[in-house]
Design a protein around this ligand. Structure first.
Ligand SMILES: [Zn+2]
Length: 276
């Protein structure tokens, strides 16, 4: 009888563990730096939402969006702001962005004011709660630029949009309740303060730019991975244009030279989903 009890107890524990394991976080990559993250509580977060990126195989991605709770934007460049305003108007999503960028997105390109208040306009080192998604997000340094090119600014030259400085660029560490801790690098070079990230967070998944030209190439990105020390890394921000020439194969080779870190790389294709 006690054996039967033990067996039943073991089965109950197994069932409970399985139930917990099923509460996964779903990650969808649209291409470039654009991700959709669905948290175990059902919340939906978009990061750098350029859903009409040419490499996205699904041309109906915006139409297919249901609930979106938050839009996180790392900096003002067009390939990161993407379709944020259209999506915000359609879904009511709240904007999380560096304060200077948030201000310009409201005043210059029409991001709905009530969805972009100081409650979610932050800056490097700050952490903001995202209660509707069961998560919190910390703004991290990125070494890059953050010019916005709104159509309301006179063109700098024929065919060349005018640009306006929009705060400093950032990356994000997203801590998801009952789910992974995710570091999105934004556009950046590798920099030694990346060593601070694992002092404060245990990163499960790093979404790492590797394209080069405007930021880290695969070799420099591999150094970033070594310092951040994530359990897994997904390369992004490559191949959208020929100029973003870094490849996952080069990244994996560079990671392998750093103590076999290549085994941590997960190669996703635009349009693909993964669960964590
Ligand atoms: Zn950029």
């Amino acid at each position: 009888m006690s054996q039967l009890k033990s067996l039943l107890l073991a089965l109950a524990v197994f069932a409970a563990t399985t139930a917990v394991a099923q509460a996964t976080t779903k990650i969808h990559w649209y291409g470039q730096a654009a991700f959709r993250i669905e948290t175990p509580s059902g919340g939906v977060i978009l990061i750098d939402p350029w859903l009409t990126v040419p490499t996205n195989p699904d041309k109906e991605s915006i139409a297919k969006l249901g609930r979106v709770d938050y839009i996180l934007i790392t900096h003002g460049h067009q390939d990161h702001v993407g379709n944020a305003v259209e999506i915000a108007k359609k879904t009511g999503a709240v904007l999380v962005a560096p304060y200077g960028l948030q201000f310009n997105l409201k005043s210059m390109v029409g991001y709905p004011e009530q969805q972009a208040t100081i409650a979610t306009g932050g800056n490097v080192g700050g952490t903001i709660n995202l209660p509707k998604a069961g998560a919190k997000v910390t703004f991290t340094t990125a070494v890059h630029g953050s010019e916005l090119t709104p159509p309301t600014i006179p063109p700098a030259a024929p065919g060349q949009p005018g640009a306006v400085a929009s705060g400093n660029p950032v990356g994000y560490v997203l801590q998801i309740d009952g789910g992974p801790t995710i570091y999105h690098t934004g556009d950046t070079d590798v920099f030694t303060d990346m060593k601070l990230i694992p002092e404060f967070f245990k990163i499960d998944l790093m979404l790492c730019a590797i394209g080069g030209h405007f930021g880290m190439d695969p070799v420099r990105a591999a150094q970033a991975v070594e310092w951040v020390n994530p359990k897994a890394v997904v390369p992004m921000h490559f191949g959208t244009y020929p100029i973003l020439a870094g490849t996952p194969a080069q990244f994996k080779a560079a990671l392998d030279k750093r103590g076999g870190l290549g085994s941590r790389m997960i190669e996703m294709k635009p349009g693909e989903d993964r669960s964590f």
